[in-house]
Design a protein around this ligand. Structure first.
Ligand SMILES: [Zn+2]
Length: 68
């Protein structure tokens, strides 16, 4: 589970890897429903906000992406 504090464009690690093997997704829409896009294969999925928060494991920090 993650906090309710996330914004468009952030990358998020989901608990379960996608079928393509990637577990990193980009948030492309927020609101009552959250739309995410798989960074591995580009597939998009729409989730209820509550379900998204439960299914997500971690929000990537900008520093994580830079590897510092
Ligand atoms: Zn994928």
């Amino acid at each position: 589970m993650i906090s309710n504090d996330f914004t468009l464009g952030q990358h998020v690690i989901m608990r379960k890897p996608h079928a393509c093997g990637s577990s990193e997704w980009e948030i492309i829409r927020t609101g009552a429903d959250v739309k995410i896009k798989c960074t591995g294969c580009g597939r998009t999925v729409m989730l209820d906000r509550g379900d998204f928060i439960k299914a997500a494991k971690k929000i990537m920090e900008a520093s994580d992406e830079q590897g510092r």
